[in-house]
Every structure is written in structure tokens, then in C-alpha cells.
Design a binder for this molecule. Structure first.
Ligand SMILES: *Cc1c(COP(=O)(O)O)cnc(C)c1O
Length: 376
């Protein structure tokens, strides 16, 4: 039987490299708590993004978002809100609720599928308790209106926090990687992301003082020696072994990005003249997978079923959108999120694998053709 094409197949360092890293960690007798691997990885992230930003490594992006919110806002009491998109992964809205805020939902732009500025402006008129914007770079694609979002937050005098979780390696512009916009940006290095170390992430900011404060918060709020808690804190530290994996991944990341973007361009070319379209900006992104909008006249769920029957592991991110999840039912949107509701029913996600063979890629395209009814 032919093997299935998986949705994600992280390319990790090989066992010999990992053994060597673990030997040096054991020799240093330093397994966590900002050891030499973490420091080198932190500097490596700053070097990759450029412009010497402050970098706080974290054990995952969700706790990174929680740390950023807690560093910038007093704990909420349920009445105040954080404006955020529903068409994304649930972690951002969870972090808002965790810190005592209700999510106030921004609809998406129907063409870019990114949070819509017009929708945000309407929301800001209707909800006068918005205390921050948590902007998602959806699918890790850099928002081309990022300067306008910064201005919108500035006008309201509220912080702009950016959930760039799947976007490490994506760009806002040809010479600007994601990382230093808004007050801070949060990345995930989870095994399923384009830059994968297992569990891990980073908060990146131009504000060096904020970076120091957030680093202390990830370490129980400790400051000084002997350690004394001086702020709200949590344990969000990145382990040395994950940092070592991160250093290995960084050393070949440019090559990996190049290969991913090659695959995304092939998807784009194969979709010409079909009822499928890549989400705008995907080809310039780090592309953990290919988000594809299916023509509204086609039954998206049928397409997913045929892909599955052909041995292709596809997904439908982000469907259902977060405001439709059971836990978020008490936080109903003020207005119907028309574009979020419509487009989340038209989206499929296709695999973009490191070392994806031509045979694997061709099987995805063939399965998609088999799933496509002749168009009226
Ligand atoms: C993956 C993801 C997260 C969560 O990252 P973790 O490191 O798994 O906590 C948050 N936001 C978005 C948009 C994501 O895609």
C-alpha cells in the first residue's frame, strides 16, 4: 500500500547531532534556566530577524502570549476586552480570557483573510472597553497593513500585541522579517510550525526594558541575586535541549524556507484556472502548510473527504472559527462575523513538507482534481 501523505512532517536534527548536543548540555550540567544553549539561541533569533531586538525565549507561544498580556495590562475583571480575530488558532483568545479579558472579535478581510481594519474600526466604535489589540498574522503571513494597525492602536493609546506564532521566517516586506512590529510579536516553535523545535517559542520586541521584564516574568517574576519575586510570574523557560535543536534548525532555516516557497509556487501554478486559490501572501511566507480558498460553489467537506480517500492528510484551518467553539459561546460577537463565517467554510489546508517528493506533490494535485466537480 502506498503511504499516506502526512499533513506535517517536521525535519528534526538527526540522532547523532542530538546526542552531541545532549553531551555538551550534560557536561555543562545546565539543563534549563537561561543556560549557554538558550543564550546562543536567543542571540541567533535576534540575528535572524535583524536590528538587535530583545528576545525572550519561552516554553511555548501560548504562555508567551499570556506573559506579554500580563506585562502590558493589569489583570482584567471580565468587563474589559481585547480585540482579536476569530479566524485563527484558539490560543490568543484563551490567553485573553486567562488574563481576565473578554475577546472582542474582529472580522477578516474577504480577500486577504487577515483581520480587517474596517471591522476593527467599527468594533472600536461599538465596544468602548477595548484595552489592547491582539493581531494575528494569520497563517503566519505578514500583514501588509501593519503600519496602519500600529497607527490604529496608537490613536486609541492601547498596545498592539502580535500573534505571529506560525510566522517565524515570514516577511512584512522584502527586507523585513516578522518580529519587531507592535509592542511585541510572539512566535511558536512547536513541532507543527515551519520553524520546529518540539515545544518552544519566543517573544520579540524592540523595547529592551520590556524584554528584561518579560524574561523575569517567565522565571517566577524573580529579579536579582538572591532571587526575589518582584512581579507576577510563571515558569515559561525554554529547556537547553530545545534551544540546542533551535540552533541546529536556524543554521539551515534559509534553505528550508527556500524549499517551502518552491513548493508553494508549485501549488500556485497548479491552481491556475481551477476553483482553488492560495491565500494572498502565502508564497512569501514561511508556509507551514498551504491555506487554500475553495470556490463557494464547491462543497469543501466533499473535497476533504476525497483527499482523505486518496491518502492525503489535509486540514481545514481555521474551521470552526474560535467564536464558534463551545468555550467561547459566552463571548458572542456584537455583529455577525460574516466573512469569518463564510470563509472558514471554504478553506482547506494542504501539506507543505520538507523533502516533499515530486510523487507526493503530484498525488496531492491528482487527489484535488479527483475531488473537483466540473464547474457550472
Ligand atoms: C500554533 C499557534 C499558537 C500556539 O503556539 P504554541 O507554541 O503551541 O503554544 C498560537 N497562535 C497561533 C496563531 C498559532 O498558530
Amino acid at each position: 500500500m502506498t503511504q499516506r501523505v502526512p499533513f506535517i512532517r517536521p525535519k528534526m536534527p538527526n540522532a547523532n547531532q542530538l546526542a552531541a548536543d545532549f553531551e555538551s548540555i550534560a557536561a555543562a550540567n545546565w539543563f534549563s534556566n537561561f543556560g549557554p544553549q538558550e543564550r546562543a539561541f536567543r542571540n541567533g533569533i535576534a540575528g535572524f530577524i535583524g536590528g538587535s531586538p530583545g528576545v525572550v525565549t519561552v516554553s511555548n507561544a501560548t504562555v508567551g502570549l499570556m506573559t506579554a498580556l500580563a506585562a502590558l495590562l493589569p489583570r482584567g475583571e471580565g468587563a474589559d476586552s481585547i480585540a482579536t480575530a476569530s479566524f485563527t488558532f484558539a490560543a490568543g483568545a484563551q490567553a485573553a480570557v486567562w488574563h481576565g479579558y473578554r475577546p472582542s472579535w474582529i472580522d477578516i478581510d474577504p480577500v486577504t483573510l487577515q483581520p480587517s481594519l474596517d471591522s476593527f474600526r467599527e468594533l472600536a466604535d461599538a465596544d468602548d472597553a477595548i484595552k489592547a489589540i491582539l493581531l494575528t498574522n494569520s497563517f503566519g503571513i505578514g500583514n501588509t497593513e501593519i503600519a496602519e494597525w500600529e497607527a490604529a492602536a496608537g490613536e486609541l493609546n492601547i498596545p498592539l500585541i502580535i500573534d505571529s506564532a506560525p510566522g517565524f521566517g515570514s516577511k512584512y516586506a522584502p527586507d523585513e522579517y516578522l518580529g519587531v512590529r507592535g509592542v511585541c510579536e510572539v512566535f511558536s516553535f512547536h513541532a507543527t510550525k515551519p520553524f520546529a523545535i518540539g515545544e518552544g517559542g519566543a517573544i520579540v520586541t524592540r523595547d529592551e526594558e520590556l524584554a528584561l521584564r518579560m524574561r523575569e516574568m517567565t522565571n517566577f517574576g524573580f529579579h536579582g541575586n538572591p532571587s526575589e519575586a518582584v512581579s507576577l510570574g510563571i515558569n515559561a523557560k525554554l529547556q537547553e535541549i530545545n534551544a540546542a535543536i533551535g540552533l541546529r534548525q536556524l543554521s539551515r532555516f534559509e534553505q528550508v524556507l527556500h524549499e517551502r516557497q518552491e513548493l508553494l509556487r508549485r501549488y500556485e501554478a497548479s491552481f491556475a484556472g481551477t476553483p482553488y486559490g492560495l491565500v494572498p501572501g502565502t508564497v512569501e511566507s514561511s508556509g507551514g502548510f498551504a491555506p487554500v480558498v475553495v470556490d463557494a460553489r464547491i462543497d469543501r467537506d466533499h473535497v476533504l473527504r476525497v483527499l482523505d480517500a486518496h491518502g492525503i492528510d489535509a486540514r481545514s484551518y481555521y474551521s470552526p472559527p474560535v467564536h464558534q467553539h463551545q468555550f467561547f459561546a459566552p463571548f458572542a460577537p456584537l455583529e455577525r462575523l460574516a466573512h469569518t463565517d463564510n470563509l472558514s467554510a471554504q478553506i482547506i489546508s494542504l501539506p507543505v513538507l520538507p523533502d516533499m517528493s515530486d510523487a507526493e506533490f503530484d498525488r496531492v494535485i491528482a487527489a484535488l482534481e479527483a475531488a473537483t466537480p466540473s464547474m457550472p
